[in-house]
Ligand binder design. Structure first.
Ligand SMILES: [Zn+2]
Length: 192
């Protein structure tokens, strides 16, 4: 996987095998990972983190923009981390893990950890609820730097995530995207 510096103390880790999502390390307040890519990339992710000076035990928070299998990785590798997703996303997963996620390996990985619901802010970032791609998708916004981490909600101008999946709520995507527009972000850090 490749690491790219986005800004001071913010890196993108990308290029994982298969459909793996991009992963972001944000160390504004404390070392925090946004998404973990696919489970099969987790050794490569650890190598990439080492390259920029982080051990798995250094990671304090892992935030999942949503719980699709190409974003959940192998969370149990991060022994000191707390794990977060939106309340809506956690509920959808608990109600029907197979419906929300599809791959057994990712379901087993998520069952090894305790997911906590996100509040309005975490590790210096604003949490923005953007249902559409999934019922509990979130984006994260760094106000001062105007950097938006958009998960699978938004990929670029006019390109947005699928809304035909098991836990999608297509009727909510439009207002979620309108909300993101109002942020006037300068850098978009998308999930793919
Ligand atoms: Zn997704």
């Amino acid at each position: 996987m490749q690491t790219t510096k986005i800004d001071k103390k913010i890196w993108k880790i990308s290029g994982g095998k298969g459909l793996s999502s991009n992963i972001y390390l944000v160390d504004i307040e404390e070392p925090t990972l946004i998404d973990l890519g696919s489970p099969e990339n987790s050794e490569e992710l650890l190598d990439a983190l080492k390259e920029i000076g982080y051990e798995p035990k250094d990671i304090v928070n892992v935030i999942f923009t949503h719980l699709h299998p190409d974003h959940v990785g192998q969370p149990s590798k991060f022994e000191n981390a707390k794990f977060f997703a939106s309340k809506e996303e956690i509920e959808a997963f608990e109600k029907n893990p197979e419906g929300a996620i599809i791959f057994d390996e990712a379901i087993e990985e998520l069952k090894k950890i305790k997911l906590k619901p996100l509040g309005e802010e975490i590790a210096g970032m604003e949490v923005i609820k953007t249902p559409g791609h999934t019922i509990g998708s979130v984006c994260l916004f760094l106000k001062e730097q105007k950097i938006l981490f958009s998960g699978d909600t938004l990929f670029g101008k006019g390109v947005y995530g699928r809304v035909d999946l098991e836990t999608s709520v297509p009727e909510k995507m439009h207002s979620s995207l309108e909300h993101l527009k109002l942020l006037k972000y300068k850098i978009l850090c998308a999930g793919h």
